[in-house]
Design a protein around this ligand. Structure first.
Ligand SMILES: Cc1cc2nc3c(=O)[nH]c(=O)nc-3n(C[C@H](O)[C@H](O)[C@H](O)COP(=O)(O)OP(=O)(O)OC[C@H]3O[C@@H](n4cnc5c(N)ncnc54)[C@H](O)[C@@H]3O)c2cc1C
Length: 383
């Protein structure tokens, strides 16, 4: 498959590059930095809205949802142009990439109008409430309860690791609506505005340091949620979960290629065996990703990309950390060129870039879970 020589893709890429050149916010405008994955400063809201209106936010969407019916290779070109310039199209990535996308797949027309469009236009931000203290890898074991009562549900329980929840306007929340059904069958999905009485959010710091408070615990204590906020049919939340995670995983490999490109560009020691490994890993991942785009034989192959990409990034950042010596521990430290359009993490210390790589091997299904999937669904090994 030749992606680069396709005239349509190249025309699309050139058009997007010209749009970026003409419309990128100036550095003087972009002084306020986002503090979490659901906090979008005013200038970045204007930027996201501009992309939405021009059909460049999620190019695969129809125009009314911020796109232009782009093909998969065109979407890859869009992402490559952003990453080459170290630019974010949205500072609420899970809002645009998972929550709005899930609403467009499973929501009613009213939910698309009321929630998906405002998320895409950066008028509101959204976080994802799936994981719980007792339900991460085994998501189907979730215990947060929603009980129907008249025209609303009453929600009780706890979520954890909810990225950006303290800054979000709404949470896409997975709840148990039928405790007697087999565990995959009694789950539903609710849009819960964070201003609802009985919702408490407690942000906490990550391994990256006290400055990084994106994670939250979220508690629901008799929170009343209107029934019209049910996304998809009652008790069919597992289908939505697979759809939402599918959205998360489709192009995840591209993120790891970008991450490796950054290490290659910024490396304190661009030679030696580890550097050769890094170049080969990056190329192998890109080729495997293109192969997947050209038509996957087995959907479980996405797990190979996720596992290989996240672990290759971890190896690369560990080697860069070691190669940089004691200076790699300095924080704050500028290990890459500053870009006012990117997250701080792209130029954090090598130590922080390494600790951040653990998010990649855990979120969206841990490495162990990916190995289980590969063993059972690709290699056909017994469970
Ligand atoms: C950066 C980051 C952002 C996140 N953002 C969000 C978010 O916004 N919303 C949200 O809901 N969640 C979020 N999460 C949570 C994430 O989805 C969970 O951490 C992940 O699903 C793993 O669940 P757990 O942490 O409960 O670990 P556990 O499932 O308890 O796993 C603990 C260990 O046991 C291993 N293990 C578990 N089961 C098996 C098995 N069957 N076979 C072999 N090994 C196994 C795991 O691999 C792991 O090493 C985020 C996580 C990270 C790191």
């Amino acid at each position: 498959m030749k992606l680069t020589d396709d005239a349509e893709v190249e025309k699309f890429r050139a058009e997007f590059a010209a749009f970026l050149d003409a419309n990128l916010p100036a550095e003087t405008e972009a002084t306020e930095r986002p503090r979490s994955t659901s906090h979008i400063p005013e200038w970045a809201r204007r930027w996201q809205r501009k992309l939405f209106e021009a059909g460049w936010l999620v190019p695969g969407n129809p125009p009314e949802y911020g796109g232009r019916h782009a093909t998969l290779p065109q979407m890859v070109a869009h992402q490559e142009e952003l990453s080459r310039r170290r630019i974010y199209h949205s500072f609420n990535p899970q809002g645009v990439g998972i929550i709005a996308a899930s609403l467009l797949s499973f929501g009613t027309e009213e939910q698309k109008r009321r929630w998906a469009v405002p998320i895409l236009r950066a008028e509101i931000t959204a976080s994802l409430g799936m994981s719980e203290p007792g339900a991460g890898s085994d998501l189907a074991g979730l215990a947060t309860r929603a009980v129907a009562d008249g025209d609303h549900f009453v929600v009780n329980g706890q979520k954890v690791w909810t990225s950006g929840a303290h800054d979000a306007d709404v949470l896409l929340t997975f709840v148990r609506t039928d405790p007697d059904a087999p565990k995959h069958k009694g789950i539903s999905v609710l849009l819960i505005p964070t201003a609802t009485e009985g919702v408490t959010r407690r942000p906490f710091a990550s391994i990256n340091g006290a400055h990084d408070t994106d994670f939250n615990e979220v508690f629901f204590n008799d929170a009343e949620v209107p029934k019209e906020n049910l996304v998809g049919p009652l008790n069919e939340g597992w289908r939505v979960a697979n759809g939402s995670l599918g959205h998360e995983r489709t192009m995840l490999w591209l993120g790891y290629v970008e991450w490796m490109d950054d290490v290659i560009r910024d490396s304190p020691c661009p030679h030696g065996e580890w550097y050769a490994d890094l170049l080969m890993d990056r190329q192998a991942l890109r080729l495997l990703g293109y192969q997947q785009l050209s038509g996957t034989r087995n959907p479980a192959e996405v797990s190979v990309l996720k596992l290989f990409g996240s672990e290759a990034v971890q190896r690369a950042t560990l080697h860069a950390l070691e190669a940089g010596g004691a200076e790699s521990l300095l924080h704050p430290a500028q290990t890459g060129p500053y870009s006012h359009m990117s997250m701080e993490s792209s130029w954090a210390s090598w130590f922080e870039r390494y600790t951040r790589s653990f998010g990649g091997t855990i979120a969206g299904g841990t490495s162990e879970i990916q190995r289980n999937i590969i063993a059972e669904r690709i290699l056909g090994l017994p469970r």
